[in-house]
Design a protein around this ligand. Sequence first.
Ligand code: GTP
Ligand code: MG
Length: 200
Amino acid sequence: SRIKEVQFVKSSARAKDCPRDDRPEFAVLGRSNVGKSSLINSLVRKKEIALTSKKPGKTQLINHFLVNKSWYLVDLPGYGFAKAPEASKTDWSSFTKGYFLNRSTLVAVLLLIDASVPPQKIDLDCANWLGRNNIPITFVFTKCDKMKVAKGKRPDENIRDFQELIRQHYKQHPPWIMTSSVTGLGRDELLLHMSQLRNY
Ligand code: GTP
Ligand code: MG
């Protein structure tokens, strides 16, 4: 599961503009600011191959990164950005839903969940939508390094609460991994997990 090489391939505004070859791919999805672009950088050990920002709404297109010339990591725009103009919210759902429903090479969605906050309805809705459409997911909990959370619970407690809610909708709990782009927690585990999924 070692990464030897990664190349940025292209940004696409629509699902039908995405690369057309049969290489397997993993989509990185989650709320704005959850750490999607940071996770990609951490996985491939490049500081800014995927652009990140403290402000939500940084990634606006579907970005394909080719790993070891054999599979793709796909950075997507985040959902649930409260300050986004109404028009761009509609855009999000039509163009990313189009991507999920038509992308035959999609192996699994890495659904990123911020472990430093309590369960969010929009994340549960997203997981349920993917489940209803039979799209395989792996929960990737991000920001597990954040031990000091304002008036709240620790990451492991938030994760437990989230999983409790997921069990009400999924007969079989999807795989899940705890990560931090700051400490590298979960990096090797996630790479191994993806290599196993590619070989099924
Ligand atoms: P959009 O492209 O806007 O949807 O955001 P994104 O999900 O790609 O988030 P991004 O990777 O740009 O990170 C958002 C902010 O969270 C940045 O300030 C990151 O430094 C921070 N961040 C990301 N991952 C972690 C993490 O594991 N731990 C901590 N402490 N901060 C993180
Ligand atoms: Mg991003």
